[in-house]
Design a protein around this ligand. Structure first.
Ligand code: SF4
Length: 472
């Protein structure tokens, strides 16, 4: 059998300390000092040339994806891994609380990993007290670095098929790197992985709520108002709508609550949409007059962030969305309280069963009349609000109060809401992955954006299952 480059390297390296013989399937290793047979390595474990990374090496050590039979330090002392340690993502060695028998002694301490043994010096660990308790230096490749900590080399012990699969994942440029294998992931793996993805997504969104709370003195109703306004901004006007909400606090809006026209005037005026003189439109003139009065009364000024109309469906025009927001404020009080205490998702949906005022039945903007169409909040928009505002708010509230019931309710609402259909969910569906409700679609969006696109396959439940399958 012709030797490939990596096999030749292993034979030469072993021959420095041991005597090695090679046949078609195995390398047999003997001690140089005593002619005793020590070990046999299956060629299955010899990797093709591969550029090892520290992250992959940490993964291999963490899940023990290497053959543990007949382990020796580079100095020839036998090694038995009793516990590989807990992965440490903070400062200091990579694994804490490890327990390893080296030679005749059982050691407890930390383990540090590097692709080459000389990296120890490159990273200046010899001057860092955090590394005083390292009991084993695990390396992919020993480049004969002379420091008195036992070194264990893993090269040649990791299944080549695992390394190849990882390399394929890192090099793929398809929709997701693992798309050839993802259909084989068992349902039980998906279930637990989606649960975690959802929790991560909601925690990140809840961070925005926490930020709001820190700015408005833990005012949940105000935070809900800001969040909803942002949601009504529909991507293009998200920031501008949030600024509009911030510029007119709920305490101010409550004073005008009984007049839908005044609420519209406040929101449209703060958006800068009532600045021009349009004498031909009586409703516009009425709103403008109301706004000028309220502006002087409350000493408010339009926000500086402009709202945009370009490249959007007329139903999403900021005029329509602000008029709907005004209708929501007109119809509801203590919205967040009603949302969090709602007994069912249907009850929540009914809170958003609103329509902009009569003028908007014939308009999408002030300058042009259109055919009759009441500007009700549609099912898709209500679903969008449930997914992007209400569930994160509820989840954040559960975290804040230490009451998991609210967090569970947020997850249930996602399960009861229709799945989002977009390029990401369609991509996964084409690969045979279920997208049955908003719980699924949110998990898949999180997976694609936070893991697949960033090539975080080593941190991914699917990636772990695929690499584990390749390690046997
Ligand atoms: S992150 Fe996970 S799902 Fe995405 S490509 Fe990697 S292994 Fe596949």
């Amino acid at each position: 059998m012709p030797l490939n480059k990596s096999v030749q390297e292993v034979v030469v390296k072993l021959a420095n300390r041991h005597i090695a013989t090679l046949n078609n399937c195995h390398i047999k290793i003997f001690s140089r000092d005593t002619p005793v047979f020590i070990s046999q390595i299956s060629l299955h474990f010899l990797p093709e040339p591969y550029s090892m990374t520290e992250k992959l090496l940490q993964y291999i050590w963490r899940f023990l994806h290497f053959t543990q039979a007949d382990l020796f330090t580079t100095a020839g002392e036998p090694v038995l891994i009793i516990f590989q340690g807990q992965y440490n993502s903070n400062q200091g060695p990579d694994f804490m609380n490890a327990k390893i028998r080296i030679g005749g002694t059982t050691w407890a301490g930390t383990v540090e990993l590097h692709t080459r043994s000389s990296d120890w010096e490159k990273h200046a660990h010899q001057h860092d007290k955090n590394y005083d308790n390292v009991i084993l230096h695990v390396v992919w490749e020993d480049d004969n670095w002379p420091y008195p900590i036992p070194v264990l080399e893993l090269k040649g012990r990791v299944p080549g098929v695992l390394l190849k699969r990882y390399e394929d994942l890192m090099e793929a440029s398809t929709f997701i790197p693992c798309e050839k294998n993802i259909a084989g992931i068992p349902a039980i793996t998906w279930k637990s992985w989606k649960d975690r993805l959802l929790a991560e997504r909601l925690e990140r969104k809840a961070a925005l709520v926490q930020q709001y709370l820190s700015q408005n003195g833990n005012h949940w109703e105000e935070s809900c108002w800001w969040m909803l306004a942002r949601n009504f901004g529909n991507h293009v006007n998200t920031e501008a709508f949030e600024w509009i909400a911030r510029s007119v606090p709920l305490s101010l809006l409550a004073k005008q609550k009984n007049s839908l026209a005044q609420l519209e005037a406040l929101l449209l005026g703060q958006a800068g949409l009532l600045k021009q003189d349009q004498p031909a439109d009586p409703y516009y003139r009425q709103l403008r007059k109301e706004y000028q009065f309220l502006q002087a009364k409350y000493k408010i000024r339009p926000v500086s962030a402009p709202v945009h109309f370009l490249r959007m469906r007329p139903g999403n025009f900021p005029t329509v969305r602000l008029a709907q927001l005004a209708a929501l404020l007109h119809q509801s009080v203590h919205l967040f309280t009603r949302i969090k205490e709602a007994g069912s998702l249907e009850g929540v949906r009914s809170l958003f069963n609103i329509s902009a005022s009569g003028y908007w039945h014939y308009h999408y903007s002030f300058d042009r009349e259109s055919g009759y169409k009441p500007k009700k909040l549609g099912t898709a928009m209500i679903d969008n609000i449930i997914i992007n505002s209400l569930c994160p708010l509820l989840f954040a509230y559960g975290t804040y109060k230490g009451e998991p019931g609210y967090k569970d309710k947020a997850l249930q609402w996602l399960e009861q809401t229709a799945a989002e259909v977009n390029s990401i969910s369609k991509g996964f569906v084409q690969l045979g992955i279920a997208n049955q409700n908003a719980f699924d679609s949110q998990a898949l969006i999180e997976l694609k954006n936070e893991y697949c696109s960033k090539k975080r396959c080593l941190d991914c439940g699917v990636g772990n299952a695929l690499l584990k399958a390749a390690s046997y």
